[in-house]
Structures are given as C-alpha cells and as structure tokens.
Design a protein around this ligand. Structure first.
Ligand code: RB5
Length: 144
C-alpha cells in the first residue's frame, strides 16, 4: 500500500498520480486533502509518515506547491527519509542509494507527464544496499 497526500497547492497533481497508480492496479491510501482551500502541509505530511512508520503503508508520495515544504516536514519525523525530486534520475537514486520512504513533488514545478515518469522511476527502482546501507545507518545515528 502506498500513502499519498497533498496540500491545496498539490491537489491537481496528487489526483493525477492517484489515478495513474490506481489504473496500474497499485493500492493507494489517500490522506487528503480534497480541496483547494488553504491548509498547512505539515498536517498532511504527519499522518502519511505515521502510516509508513506503523507499517500500514510501505512508502509514500507527498505533493505541495513546490514539494519543498512537504519534504522539510516529512524529514522532521524520526526514521523517515523523504526526497524532494524533480527529475527521473533523482527519483531512481532516491530509492537505489537513499532508500527513501517518500518522494515529494511540486505541482507548481513539475508537469503531470514528468511527474508520472518520476513516480514510475521511483517504484521501479530497488535499494542497492551495501555501502548505501551503511550511510543510511549513519543518518539514523544523526537522529539520536
Ligand atoms: C502553499 O501556498 C505552498 O507554500 C505550499 O504548497 C508549498 O509549496 C510549500 O512548500
């Protein structure tokens, strides 16, 4: 199960990604929001991160206007690695090297077609382990 969430600035792109994944048969849990009314992105980042930490969801996608606010908020949650991505190479690396739990996208930055390619690049990639695992362990040490 993939968690997805957005603020008012990311609603349109979130809905495109949700449709794309659902049509591919991927199970997605939508944590909102569902309107363009102004809201605060940390309020959506938090439950998405908690669903990943609890094991309910294996990973997540957060969308706001730029992707920046969502990534800053998600990375404040202990144990969560969120990557702000605007290209397919970074999306693949976020998984292969950083084993990111979440990718963050910006509706005002990245067009729909590219965003869907970014999502596919992230989900087609696999964590490579090895030296990268050691570096991730060191990130966890930084949280202590
Ligand atoms: C909302 O206007 C906007 O600030 C938010 O969507 C996001 O881009 C913040 O990083």
């Amino acid at each position: 199960m993939i968690a997805i969430g957005c603020d008012h600035g990311g609603l349109g792109l979130k809905n495109e990604i949700l449709k794309h994944l659902t049509e591919k048969g991927v199970e997605v849990k939508d944590f909102g929001v569902d309107s363009r009314d102004s809201c605060d992105y940390p309020d959506i980042a938090k439950p998405v991160c908690e669903a990943i930490k609890s094991g309910e969801c294996e990973s997540g996608i957060l969308v706001c206007g730029t992707g920046i606010g969502m990534s800053i908020a998600a990375n404040k949650i202990k144990g969560i690695r969120a990557a702000h991505v605007t290209d397919t190479f970074s999306a693949r690396m976020a998984r292969e090297h950083n084993n990111a739990h979440i990718i963050c996208l910006g509706e005002r930055i990245t067009g729909g077609a590219l965003a869907l390619d970014i999502v596919d690049s992230f989900y087609c990639a696999k964590f490579l382990g090895g030296n990268h695992a050691r570096r991730i362990e060191k990130i966890a040490e930084l949280e202590k």
